[in-house]
Design a protein around this ligand. Sequence first.
Ligand SMILES: *Cc1c(COP(=O)(O)O)cnc(C)c1O
Length: 400
Amino acid sequence: MKGTSVLPIRKADRRILLSVPHIGTAERRYVQEAFDSNWMSTVGPNLTAVEAEFQKLSGLASVALGSGTAALHLGLRLLGVGPGDEVVTPTLSFAASANPIRYEHAAPVFIDSERGTWNLDPGLLEDFLVARARVNRLPKVVMVVHLFGQSADMDVILSLCARYGVPVLEDAAEALGTRYKGRVPGTLGAAGAYSFNGNKIITGTTGGMLVAPQKTDVDRVRRWSTQARDPDPLGINNYVHSELGFNYRMSNVVAGIVRGQLEALEDRVSARRAVFRRYEEGLADLDGIEPQPEAHFNGPGPDDPRGSRHTRWLSCFLVDETRFGMSAVDLIRYLDRCDVEARPVWRPLHTQPYYARYECLGGGVAEDLNRRGICLPSSSSLTLEDQQFVIDRIRDAHGR
Ligand SMILES: *Cc1c(COP(=O)(O)O)cnc(C)c1O
């Protein structure tokens, strides 16, 4: 990159952030109800309602938790993961996917991404399972992550795992509103986790949800999340603890926010997809910057309810340094100086100092996506004017 520091850079009035909360009016009403009725704890009508709404959306029994990380942690426990076990997980993800594996003193085995979805490569997974079945050392769980709002190729992964009897846990933290062949990612395996963190497609300021096919499993997780209190024989809350408990329950106030946000989910997906489309159009003629592909998995496209839909939670692009004239890293720095927040595609976990000692199958694709990937401001509340500012700055940067 040549001389960007001397360029006259027009500043936006305020910083344009990557992904910000987009709160409506229903949220206030539900939170106000919590205050008015003094349901200001981890019990209350918003919790009951948000779980019922989520069950409608997902088709599965649902339990509201304090975070997506907590949901993944209890999902792993539900599937029996403990010390010394191995859990397969994609290297291209946020650390929050792998951390709960370590909470249980189990070991992650990282697997590279495929180019078509940027998610877990089913071919590498098959090689791994074949090799491990031969030595009778199958992993305890395969964790799939649906990155940036796009589903992994679940039919292939599920049938592989079924062949070897390995349960699949889905990290759908970034994939609320995503569709896979008309189905809901997060509900296709043995358990699924969602997040309502402040930068996700909808938010409760924080929060998470765990879903599973068996209601008894979900009830068990709900009990774990409130310190695993069993009813006592006397019926006087002289608590009996037959299992290890956690303080992982969502609060009724947070549940009020999530409840309101869920009503707007489809709108938020449309808005994020529209943001992506405008980037795609606004950058189409520039050499060396290309959008993350949307996978159709040989089925219908995103507008068909039986098809697959990337939510474009984040609008991601790949930058080719030679053809674009600037590397992704330099483009992120350039945008930063214009008060635009962009971010690389996740740094692969096998390159993280903490995770470097764990096994990784492949890794070159994930490293390439991290090196060339850029996530652009993607908020559903992003104005046309702000987005045009971002597009113009990228156009300025091109060819420098
Ligand atoms: C956000 C996120 C999580 C964690 O969710 P929290 O609600 O922030 O705990 C887990 N996995 C992925 C891939 C995420 O993006």
